[in-house]
Design a protein around this ligand. Structure first.
Ligand SMILES: NC(=O)C1=CN([C@@H]2O[C@H](COP(=O)(O)OP(=O)(O)OC[C@H]3O[C@@H](n4cnc5c(N)ncnc54)[C@H](OP(=O)(O)O)[C@@H]3O)[C@@H](O)[C@H]2O)C=CC1
Ligand SMILES: O=C(O)[C@@H]1CCC=N1
Length: 264
């Protein structure tokens, strides 16, 4: 099974690293392309895969071809490669906002296409990816792609409208979490904790809290209540966050991402 990546930046690199980590596919079976020679060399050096600026060469030899360019460049890439794509190849798009109708119009109305929405924690094998195949992708091919995606985290099939929601709630949300971790650490630093140690304590607290939600099945609100001792310290902090509108700010952030996705 050969994998091709058109575009190999933050997200594609995380995916490839996750796949290589689990040895699902050998380095020799992964081919990537970038816009610039400088980026191509960096990827070759960093990941040990073949990376060039030749989109056509990558597109021709990939059983599964990941489209990992930014939305605004996808039209040009489609023009460049659409006529040389091998029959039977499965296109896997990670591109936010470009729906199956748009992709089929650009790459071929009968092309096998799977829209996906991954996230950068794929880099450490803790990603989660939404998956939405078109009607031409076979059940076996869907299973194959799910196996691939699950080599670097979780993956689930969703409907196309929900894929835009996935783009926000798990695709973009790592940026929100990184902001939160930074702010937690800043609070600790303000009170005398060394910054490196503050990042470690804040990050592990977020990691552990997330694992509690995923592995206990207990509602996050109930887990929050388990921390808030009556007349204790935590509830004072929760009160500040509620007064400052943290929940509505986060909800609005998710919805702003989705609104922007629909305009891409
Ligand atoms: N970052 C994330 O967390 C997520 C991103 N995505 C989606 O992934 C896609 C890529 O995002 P991201 O990885 O962040 O972007 P980056 O800017 O990190 O990477 C973009 C890559 O595309 C390459 N590129 C640009 N133009 C061309 C071209 N014409 N032919 C070949 N390669 C080209 C760039 O090469 P060069 O470096 O030489 O310019 C670079 O390797 C986007 O569509 C985004 O919506 C989806 C989920 C999460
Ligand atoms: O910010 C973006 O457009 C991409 C899509 C989801 C995460 N990053």
């Amino acid at each position: 099974m050969t994998l091709g990546f058109i575009g190999c930046g933050n997200m594609a690199s995380a995916i490839i690293s996750g796949i290589l980590e689990k040895e699902i596919v050998k380095k020799e079976e992964i081919f990537a392309s970038t816009k610039s020679e400088v980026s191509a060399q960096k990827i070759t050096d960093a990941l040990g895969i073949s990376c060039s600026t030749d989109n056509l060469a990558v597109a021709k030899k990939a059983d599964y071809l990941f489209l990992c360019i930014k939305p605004q460049f996808c039209g040009d890439v489609a023009e460049e490669i659409r006529d040389c794509l091998p029959d039977g190849q499965v296109l896997i798009s990670i591109i936010a906002g470009k729906n199956l109708d748009w992709l089929q119009e650009k790459f071929g109305t009968d092309k096998k296409i799977i829209r996906t929405m991954p996230n950068t924690p794929a880099l450490v094998g803790e990603g989660i990816t939404g998956v939405c195949p078109n009607q031409f992708v076979s059940p076996d091919e869907i299973r194959q792609v799910l196996t691939l995606l699950r080599s670097f985290g979780r993956a689930d099939v969703v409907t196309e409208p929900i894929l835009d929601v996935v783009g926000a709630v798990s695709g973009s949300s790592p940026a929100f979490v990184f902001l939160f971790i930074e702010a937690l650490a800043d609070g600790a630093v303000a009170e005398g904790m060394p910054r490196k140690q503050a990042y470690e304590f804040a990050s592990q607290a977020v990691l552990g809290s997330a694992k509690m939600v995923l592995e206990t099945g207990i509602h996050p609100g109930a887990l929050k209540d388990m921390v808030c001792s009556p007349a204790g310290t935590t509830i004072e902090g929760v009160n500040v966050l509620e007064k400052e509108g943290m929940r509505s700010a986060v909800m609005d952030a998710v919805r702003a991402c989705i609104a922007k996705t629909k305009k891409l």
